[in-house]
Design a binder for this molecule. Structure first.
Ligand code: SF4
Ligand code: SF4
Length: 328
C-alpha cells in the first residue's frame, strides 16, 4: 500500500515527531525511508519536528486536545523538559508511538542509571578533559541573573522510558528502527490497520537467533572475547565462538542486521514477548554455554565477560527488574 494514493481522498494526517533524551539516530531513521518521506509529506501535515520543521512549543500548546492524529516520540525521559513535552504531546495526540529503543525501553541513555546524578554531573562538568582545570561550575535548575531567575530543565535522578510518564499506544523497537519497519508502521497508521493498543509493532515474535543464518554447532566455550580479539568464523554462531551476542534474548524484526554483517547482536529490539527482563534472559543463555563444571574455572571464565551489565542491559536497563543502581 502506498501513502500517496490515500492522500488524494483522505484528509491529511496531523503528525508530530519529537525527541527526548536521544542521539538523533531515530530522526535519521525516518529520513532513511528516502523518497517514502515525500509520500508521508503528501499524506500528513508535520506540525512539530524539531530536527526538520520550525514548530514551537507554544504552537503545540495552542492546539486542541486530540488535534494531532499521531505523535512519534523518540528518546528517553531524562529531564523535566522531556517529561513536560511528552505529557503535552500525549494530551494533543490521538496516537502516541514510542519510537526506538530509548522511548521503548530507556535505551543507551538508560545506562546512566548505573551512576548517580551527582557522579554524572561531576564527570561531565568537573572532571571532563575538555573542561578548564579548576572549573567548579555545575548547572543548577534556577540561577539569578540581573535580578531575574534563569531556568533550565531539571536533570532527574534517573532515566525513564516513555511509558513511565505517559500512556503509550504502540512501541516501535530498534536502535534505530529499520527503515522498512518505519514504512510499514506509517502505512498502517494511514490505512487505520493497527494492531491492538500496547503492541510492539514492526517487529517479530521470534528471537534474532531464530532468524540468524549462522550455523549453530551446540558448542560450549572456555573463554569469552571482544569481537576484535578473535578472527571469527564467518558462518558459525558468534556466541558459540565466545563472542557475546544478544541474539538469544532479543526480539527479531531487524533482518538480523548485525550478525549477518559479522557483528554480534547488541539487543536493540528489546526482550522477547513474555520476557520481563532481557538481561536476565541473556545471562541465562550465556552461562548455559560455559564449558566447565568446576566452580573455580567457571569463575575465571565469567570474569572474562567484558562489562556484562552494560552489555546485557545496553538498551533496557530502565525497563528491567533492576532499573538502576542505588547509591548512598
Ligand atoms: S547467538 Fe548471535 S550469532 Fe549465534 S545464532 Fe544467535 S544471533 Fe546468530
Ligand atoms: S541484530 Fe540485534 S542489535 Fe543489530 S539491529 Fe538487530 S536487534 Fe538490533
Amino acid at each position: 500500500m502506498r501513502l500517496r494514493g490515500d492522500a488524494v481522498t483522505a484528509p491529511k494526517l496531523q503528525v508530530a515527531l519529537y525527541w527526548g533524551a536521544a542521539c538523533g539516530g531515530c530522526d535519521v531513521a525516518v529520513l532513511d525511508t528516502n523518497e517514502f518521506i515525500l509520500d508521508v509529506a503528501a499524506a500528513a501535515d508535520i506540525r512539530l519536528w524539531p530536527i526538520a520543521v520550525d514548530g514551537k512549543y507554544h504552537d503545540v500548546e495552542a492546539m486542541a486536545d486530540g488535534e494531532l492524529d499521531l505523535t512519534i516520540f523518540n528518546g528517553a525521559v531524562r529531564n523535566s523538559e522531556n517529561e513536560h513535552i511528552a505529557k503535552l504531546l500525549r494530551q494533543k495526540s490521538k496516537l502516541m508511538v514510542a519510537f526506538g529503543s530509548c522511548a521503548h525501553l530507556g535505551g543507551i541513555p538508560g545506562l546512566a542509571n548505573l551512576a548517580s546524578r551527582d557522579e554524572i554531573m561531576e564527570a561531565a562538568y568537573l572532571h571532563n578533559p575538555s573542561i578548564e582545570p579548576g572549573n567548579t561550575t555545575i548547572p543548577h535548575p534556577e540561577t539569578a541573573f540581573n535580578g531575574s531567575p534563569l531556568t533550565i530543565p531539571q536533570f532527574y535522578k534517573r532515566v525513564y522510558k516513555l511509558d513511565d510518564v505517559i500512556d503509550v499506544d504502540y512501541y516501535l523497537p530498534g536502535c534505530p528502527p529499520a527503515a522498512d519497519q518505519v514504512k510499514a508502521v506509517l502505512t498502517a497508521v494511514v490505512a487505520g490497520e493497527l494492531p491492538p493498543k500496547g503492541s510492539v509493532v514492526g517487529a517479530s515474535e521470534r528471537a534474532v537467533c531464530d532468524d540468524c543464518e549462522r550455523t549453530k554447532h551446540e558448542k560450549k566455550v572456555k573463554r569469552f572475547y571482544r569481537p576484535w580479539q578473535i578472527m571469527a568464523d564467518p558462518d558459525s554462531c558468534l556466541l558459540e565462538q565466545g563472542i557475546l551476542c544478544a541474539g538469544p534474548a532479543t526480539r527479531s524484526g531487524c533482518g538480523v542486521r548485525c550478525p549477518s554483517s559479522g557483528i554480534p547482536c547488541r539487543g536493540c529490539y528489546g526482550p522477547l514477548p513474555n520476557v520481563r527482563d532481557q538481561g536476565a534472559k541473556l545471562l541465562s543463555a550465556v552461562v548455559s554455554i560455559i564449558d566447565s563444571k568446576d566452580p573455580e574455572e567457571i569463575e575465571q571464565i565469567v570474569d572474562g565477560l567484558p562489562d556484562f551489565t552494560s552489555f546485557a542491559y545496553r538498551f533496557s536497563l530502565p525497563s528491567s527488574l533492576l532499573q538502576r543502581s542505588v547509591r548512598p
